[in-house]
Design a protein around this ligand. Sequence first.
Ligand code: NIG
Ligand code: FE
Length: 417
Amino acid sequence: MTTLITNIQQLVGTREKNELLYGAALAQLPCIENAFVLIEDGIIADYGAMYELAIKVPQLPKDIIDAEGQFVLPCWCDSHTHLVFAKSREEEFIDKLKGKTYAEIAAKGGGILNSAARLNETSEDALFLFAWKRLEEISKMGTGAVEIKSGYGLTLDSELKMLRVIKRLKEHSSLSIKATFLGAHTYPQAYKEDHQGYIDLIINEMLPVIAREKLADYIDVFCETGFFSPAEMETICKAGMRYGLKPKLHVNQLNSIAGIASAVDLHAVSVDHLETMTETDITQLRQASASQGMIGTLLPTAAFFLRMNYQPARTLIENNCAIALASDYNPGSSPSGNMNFVVALSCIQMKMLPEEAINAATINGAYAMELQEETGSITVGKKANLIFTRPMPSLAYLPYAFGDNLVDKVMIKGEFI
Ligand code: NIG
Ligand code: FE
């Protein structure tokens, strides 16, 4: 099946080869005005300016889509979500409005433990349907690739249930999906005073089954005061790495406790959150970006929702740290998977330039899921995962007109969803 898209007002994110972007390069977003894209069997076969069409595509296919007045972008690559969950938590949202802190709610069995209790009593089929709906919603908003974590199970059965749901999502969805095992999201009540007991459960009971059933690509730990220490994170990650699971880690959300130093030693693919960064943390991330391609994934909607300081995006960019943007879609700290809002918020509150934000939410996000060979840019050989915008005056209008739905249509693997 061959499809030709013609008269695109601006084709955004055209790249001949892959490169993880950091520093000044993050602001470079190659675009072609008045462009075409040729798609063969769901894959980008060629692209260029309309004046090259007759030479590049001498024989026009039957299926031609006129994209006059539209911008076409690579789909968002959302590299950090928790979108498998049983129930929303707006009652905690109200508690927070009345003055309770995230930590106070968590300490009273709310937060992650609340989600775990709800998930425990929900069947795998029901969870699958809830998550499927969320996948459909985010794909309509332009997301074409997504990482999904477990971590609301916290028992052997429930963690496996979550990961099996993610596996089914992978099998049934046309989106590219990566699965992350986050058994170490918090200590369940029964193990509050027995950390080693829970770590043993993760290592001796959960990981062997996860490996046997190939249920995860990555391993994650919530490394934070009151949750998992850097030493505990290292123990858990090293066990996961023996099964081939690479670390992608929650660090530096509420405190800086040397999680980044441990992540560097563990050769983590990414360190995520980063609301609280010291100079040492930034130096370590810069060095690891250069030496091992480690990515700092910023989750500004979590900072927005929890009314925390935003991630220091400008400082990270000036210090040559590789950064990606993701939604953190979860019921507690970011009940939205809308990457358009993530991009807008990054510009509005973190002073990222539109080009920087779009790169961080596409090609760098793809790198943060090791999907850069198949998505994240308009590149020959990559999947035709494309966002078609409504008519707009410029690319900067996309983050500027935050809250407007500027996504007209979304194409995944060459087909409109
Ligand atoms: O990434 N920080 C840890 N985990 C989630 C929130 C968990 C929850 O409150 O359900 C996050 O923000
Ligand atoms: Fe998260």
